[in-house]
Design a protein around this ligand. Structure first.
Ligand code: ZN
Length: 244
């Protein structure tokens, strides 16, 4: 059964009450708790999972991994101290600092994309990774402009200055194509299709975003590298070192 994803509509929700639907062991012997709803972000779209605590009346789960399965069920995985039982009411508490870092890194990926777009580059977005140790956005494109790193950096700085506030829309496929310049072929079917609009720049995305772009801080475009038809734009968000 699909878990209700509370972070989709409000990025600020990091604690919530939920009901325990099942408790079991993973293949490698860890505890796995399924809830009716959650504010824990499961790894996906290049954004890492949340960590935190699920507190019940007789015990707690220290959440160290969060996964979304094909049915849309969120698995909170870690170690139970004490006891957690089916049908109990529990409280989810997401680690705020880790979420903040992941949100900023992920939003920064979209700023890179906005910069590439406003440079008029006809690069088709591919996969992205928004982890503290590795942040990049890939494109189906070959770059031959040696000054492209500086140009993207310049546009990134301008975009951050504009400090756009995003809005959210749930859409069908037709509307999705209207709002977004590039629609990936691998749109997940196990969660609602949500478009995040930065001004008129729409991206199909299920991750968590900063409310306004200046909350990201400073983005450094560290490298642009083309190889075998793929151009990889690597970046770094200043001030996240040692947090995550
Ligand atoms: Zn995204």
């Amino acid at each position: 059964m699909a878990t209700k994803l509370l972070y989709l509509d409000d990025f600020d929700v990091i604690s919530a009450v939920a009901a325990v639907l099942s408790v079991f062991k993973t293949e490698d012997g860890r505890d796995d708790v399924v809830l009716d709803q959650t504010c824990f972000y499961p790894r996906g779209g290049g954004q890492d999972w949340d960590e935190g605590v699920i507190q019940g009346p007789n015990g707690k789960l220290l959440v160290r991994e969060v996964r979304l399965d094909e049915e849309g069920t969120v698995h909170h995985i870690g170690t139970i101290e004490g006891k957690i039982d089916e049908n109990e009411a529990i409280t989810c508490q997401v680690d705020k600092q880790r979420r903040n870092v992941n949100t900023r890194l992920h939003s920064a990926g979209h700023v890179i994309d906005m910069a590439v777009n406003s440079l008029g580059l006809d690069w088709v977005p591919g996969k992205g990774a928004h982890y503290p140790h590795m942040s990049f956005v890939e494109y189906d494109a070959m770059n031959e402009d040696e000054a492209v790193t500086e140009k993207i950096q310049q546009k990134v700085n301008e975009t951050l200055q504009e400090n756009i506030v995003n809005t959210l829309r749930y859409v069908d496929k037709e509307e999705l194509a209207k709002l977004c310049r590039h629609v990936p072929t691998n749109i997940p079917s196990n969660k609602p299709t949500r478009v995040v609009l930065y001004g008129d720049f729409g991206v199909p995305c299920g991750g968590t975003h900063v409310k306004q772009l200046k909350d990201i801080g400073t983005i450094e475009v560290t490298k642009v590298k083309s190889k075998k038809g793929i151009t990889k734009v690597s970046y770094h968000v200043k001030g996240i070192e040692g947090i995550n």
